[in-house]
Each structure stands twice: as C-alpha cells, then as structure tokens.
Design a protein around this ligand. Structure first.
Ligand SMILES: [Zn+2]
Length: 138
C-alpha cells in the first residue's frame, strides 16, 4: 500500500459531515475502499469512546471494526479529527497508530473542515510515520 490515494466525493462529504457534526469533540471512523487502486469509496462512523476528554482524544470500539470486516468490506484505514488544532500527529497518534494502513487527520474549526493530512506508519516496531498524498475526487 503506497502512492496516491483518492477519496470519492460521496465518501468525503459523509466524512466531513460526521466531523463537523461531532465538533467540538473528536470524531473517528473507518475508511472503506479498494486496496488495488487506492480508492476510498465509503466510510463508517465510529463512536468515540472517550468519556470526559473527547475534545482532544478518541478511542474506537474494536467491535465496530469487526462489523465492517464481517460485511466483507476492505478497510483502507482510519480517520479522526482535531478540533481547533492542526492536522499534524499528536504524541498519542504516533504511539497508537495501526501500522500499514492509512490514517487521515482532519483539522476542524467551528467553520468546518480546514485541512486534511494522511499518514502511514510503516513498521510496527518503530514510530516512523510517512506522509501520504490523498486527493478528493470531485
Ligand atoms: Zn489525533
């Protein structure tokens, strides 16, 4: 998995809506797509399980990932938002990033999504993270 990734506009709109509706808390979810051509054609919203600090942390229920896999859908990666912060990696993002898959981070303000960045941790044994290119297909 490498190269340029593309998000279909329907998936992007769904994702942006989820992030904007969840503001000022962090939103998180699953990117569904096709690993052969690096396309993201759908998303699955997940519940942020953090109880009292949802504006700066998120955690996902593994059962939500399991359900997507059970529907025979390919998981390309995950997304989450950073309300009122940049789309750069936090310390816990680096620490807990699932290796190999795409991780999209969205900067969001009260006016909506303002930035998107994509990262991929190459190996589980290091916290080295590569920035990837993601285009929104309109
Ligand atoms: Zn983060």
């Amino acid at each position: 998995m490498s190269g340029t990734f593309v998000i279909e506009d329907d998936a992007y709109n769904k994702l942006a809506e989820h992030i904007e509706n969840t503001y000022p808390n962090e939103a998180c979810g699953i990117l569904i797509g096709n690993l052969h051509d690096n396309r993201i054609y759908d998303i699955k919203e997940a519940t942020n399980r953090e109880n009292d600090k949802r504006e700066s942390f998120f955690s996902m229920n593994p059962l939500e990932i399991y359900r997507v896999e059970k529907e025979q859908k390919e998981i390309i990666g995950f997304y989450h938002s950073h309300p009122n912060k940049t789309a750069t990696l936090s310390t816990s993002d680096k620490e807990y990033m699932v290796p190999g898959v795409l991780n999209l981070i969205f900067a969001v303000t009260k006016n909506g999504v303002v930035d998107m960045r994509a990262y991929r941790r190459e190996k589980p044994e290091t916290t080295d993270v590569k920035e990837e290119r993601v285009l929104v297909h309109i």
